[in-house]
Design a protein around this ligand. Structure first.
Ligand code: 13P
Length: 293
């Protein structure tokens, strides 16, 4: 069932677990995540970056695909279709396309501009029944070709953005997109405590969910992180499973079995299964299994 993410994250925050946000890139990823969420009776958020939206043919295509898959697979758990790191224009396009949730990432703008644009988009999203995530303090790493240094959000700035009526907030606490460098110092749980206190208990969002040790994930959830974004982990297992399939000679066009190896349904199946397994692992770690309501 497609819904906005407000209620599922409020319940997660109150229940001290987190809902997984898994980025989608194609039909196979979407189907794998939806089926696993249903199997685990877990709420789930499907994240779409602007680059992935473009790749899939545009936000309207994505919204139509997700809605139709959700219906035809008989998914009963709450599913939010969420724009990840949206621009001002991207948020408006996703509202028009039928997404149920958006993120406006104004973290690279001067703070006053971030405030003004976030305010406008909060009102627009709410008028259309969508939930909206905002961001303070850039998350480090590379996302859609944009690289930012790891940052720790200023609790006062977080409080100002939250006062605009955003439903959940991405606040940097030393997290980084992609693979963490060897000398990474870990999440700053002390900073998280200050941010959560300053924002009056709003659900917080942890980006860069790949590669954070399990004990730190648990500490972050206990500190108020109620949505955890995962992308690279799914990319890695998908690539690994596809590589193994190819190395086993099953997709070799020069091999004798070429009639079998060419079938994309077979080629993509190991990656599909690997994503399901990864999503299950994360839902168990985040504590969202059985929490569909
Ligand atoms: P990772 O790619 O590090 O899992 O981060 C995903 C993310 O935060 C998407 O917004």
């Amino acid at each position: 069932m497609l819904v906005n993410a407000t209620r599922m994250l409020k319940l997660a925050h109150e229940g001290h677990y987190a809902v997984g946000h898994f980025n989608i890139n194609n039909l196979e990823w979407t189907k794998a995540i939806l089926l696993e969420a249903e199997a685990q009776k877990s709420p789930v958020i499907l994240g779409v970056s602007e680059g992935a939206g473009k790749y899939m043919g545009g936000f309207k295509v994505v919204a139509a695909m997700v809605k139709a898959l959700d219906e035809s697979l008989g998914i009963t758990v709450p599913v939010a279709l969420h724009l990840d790191h949206g621009s001002y224009e991207g948020v408006k396009a996703c509202i028009a396309a039928g997404f149920t949730s958006v993120m406006f990432d104004g973290s690279s703008l001067p703070f006053e501009e971030n405030i003004a644009k976030t305010k406008e988009l909060v009102d627009l999203a709410h008028d259309h029944g969508l939930s909206i995530e905002a961001e303070v303090g850039a998350i480090g790493g590379t996302e859609d070709g944009i690289t930012a240094d790891g940052e720790i959000a200023d609790p006062e700035e977080c409080a100002k953005i939250v006062a605009l009526g955003v439903d959940f907030l991405a606040a940097g606490i030393g997290n980084i997109h992609g693979i963490y460098p060897k000398d990474w110092t870990g999440l700053h749980i002390d900073a998280l405590e200050k941010i959560q206190k300053a924002t009056g208990g709003i659900p917080l969002v942890l980006h860069g969910g790949t590669g954070i040790p399990d004990d730190q994930i648990k500490a972050a959830i206990a500190g108020g992180m109620s949505k955890i974004n995962v992308n690279t982990d799914c990319q890695l297992v998908f690539a690994e499973a596809t590589k193994e399939y190819c190395l086993a000679g099953k997709a070799d066009p020069t091999a004798d079995n070429k009639s079998k190896g060419y079938d994309p349904r077979k080629l993509l199946k190991p990656g599909f299964e690997a994503i399901r397994a990864k999503v299950k692992e994360k839902m168990e770690l985040f504590g969202s299994v059985g929490k569909a309501a």
